[in-house]
Write a protein that binds this ligand. Structure first.
Ligand SMILES: [Zn+2]
Length: 212
């Protein structure tokens, strides 16, 4: 089975992707993780990706596609769930030669995304970097990291103004992708505001209908 998963920041798509991968024995491919891995490699590609990421630049479409395709090729006949790709229409076009079974969209409202994202806190000690959440995972002592005792802060990226910008970028890039898969009859939308288990139950209902 070949699955794509989409969703705003804080939609819970990463959690669902993990559950799906376990249940259906799919390889979970998150492009963010792949980039972090490659960044550490002492190869030509590693150097290229490191220079881009460290320079605060996005990895260009052709390089991203090359990396994803190489990863998929290494899987042989195994199924996969792909998270973080394709990210724009250029990537969608490049990816068209790979037949997929379904594109899942975990949908939450902007208000919900802002609520969830602005609850994020992070340990200010870069060596620790423990992540907290004022709604579901508060530090035991307010403002202090449970693991290392450093201060727990809100990243500028998680403040409402930045969140709104990130959501706008998401919409601009993702709307045409959703339109593309919808036209092909491959898009399934799932309400992401419910508890993790209910969302996963609905997804299982969808995936169980796919022959694999
Ligand atoms: Zn810490």
């Amino acid at each position: 089975m070949k699955v794509l998963i989409f969703g705003k920041q804080a939609s819970g798509k990463g959690t669902q992707a993990k559950l799906i991968a376990e249940k259906y024995r799919l390889v979970h491919i998150a492009t963010g993780d792949i980039f972090r891995e490659i960044r550490k490699e002492d190869s030509e590609l590693g150097k290229k990706v490191r220079a881009l990421i460290d320079g605060g630049k996005l990895v260009p479409d052709d390089v991203t596609t090359e990396i994803v395709m190489a990863k998929l090729k290494s899987l042989g006949k195994k199924g996969f769930i792909l998270d973080g790709y394709p990210r724009n229409l250029t990537q969608v076009k490049a990816f068209e030669k790979i037949p997929i079974d379904i594109a899942l969209l975990i949908e939450i409202s902007d208000a919900e995304a802002v609520k969830r994202m602005s609850a994020r806190r992070i340990c200010n000690n870069s060596k620790c970097g423990e992540i907290y959440n004022t709604l579901v995972k508060k530090p035991k002592q307010e403002g202090k990291c449970d693991k290392c005792g450093s201060s727990v802060i809100q990243r500028d990226d998680d403040k409402p103004e930045s969140i709104k910008k990130r959501l706008e970028t998401y919409r601009r890039e993702t709307a045409p992708i959703m339109e593309f898969y919808k036209k092909k009859g491959l898009l399934k939308e799932v309400d992401g505001t419910r508890p993790i288990e209910s969302i996963f139950r609905e997804i299982r209902g969808i995936l169980d209908k796919i022959k694999h």
